[in-house]
Design a protein around this ligand. Structure first.
Ligand SMILES: [Zn+2]
Length: 154
């Protein structure tokens, strides 16, 4: 498999995996009224969005130069990165708002135990996905013998 193709597949796999985790967490957060699950879910949503943007901008960036873009499209990846950065700021502001809101209320909050299976399921899914992605990443780097050492996110 070509290296670019591998990167694309990894990005795509992480988008779908995070989408599933995100649905579980937000659903669980809403049902159980758990701020922690909701905050976690919005973090996963950020992962989905940033993964999708990274995927899309990489595909666009690889296009050869055309009449409108005589110097190629590699700048698109930079714009994609900036967009991801803005989404991160928005998400962490939201999570911060949730946390402050909870602190201000100051009441003892009971979490509906129905949130627990959602949290457990998303944790399992998260673990399986990161193991698969790591294996996949290692296998794809076999040709040149250089192991990719990316910092883990999420
Ligand atoms: Zn173009």
């Amino acid at each position: 498999m070509e290296k670019h193709e591998v990167i694309r597949r990894i990005l795509l796999a992480s988008v779908f995996g995070n989408a599933a985790i995100c649905v579980l967490k937000i659903l669980g957060g809403v049902i159980s009224r758990s701020t922690a699950l909701l905050a976690d879910g919005s973090d996963s949503l950020l992962n989905v969005a940033s993964g999708a943007i990274a995927y899309k901008s990489r595909i666009e960036a690889e296009k050869p130069p055309d009449l409108e873009h005589r110097y190629g499209h590699s700048l698109l990846e930079v714009y994609g990165f900036l967009l991801i950065l803005m989404l991160m700021v928005a998400t962490f502001s939201f999570i911060g708002f949730l946390a402050i809101n909870r602190l201000m209320q100051g009441v003892a909050w009971s979490i509906d135990p129905i949130g627990i299976p959602f949290a457990a399921a998303s944790l399992v899914l998260n673990t399986v996905m990161s193991i698969l992605l790591r294996r996949f990443g290692r296998a794809s780097s076999g040709e040149n013998g250089v192991a990719p050492h990316k910092p883990r996110r999420g």
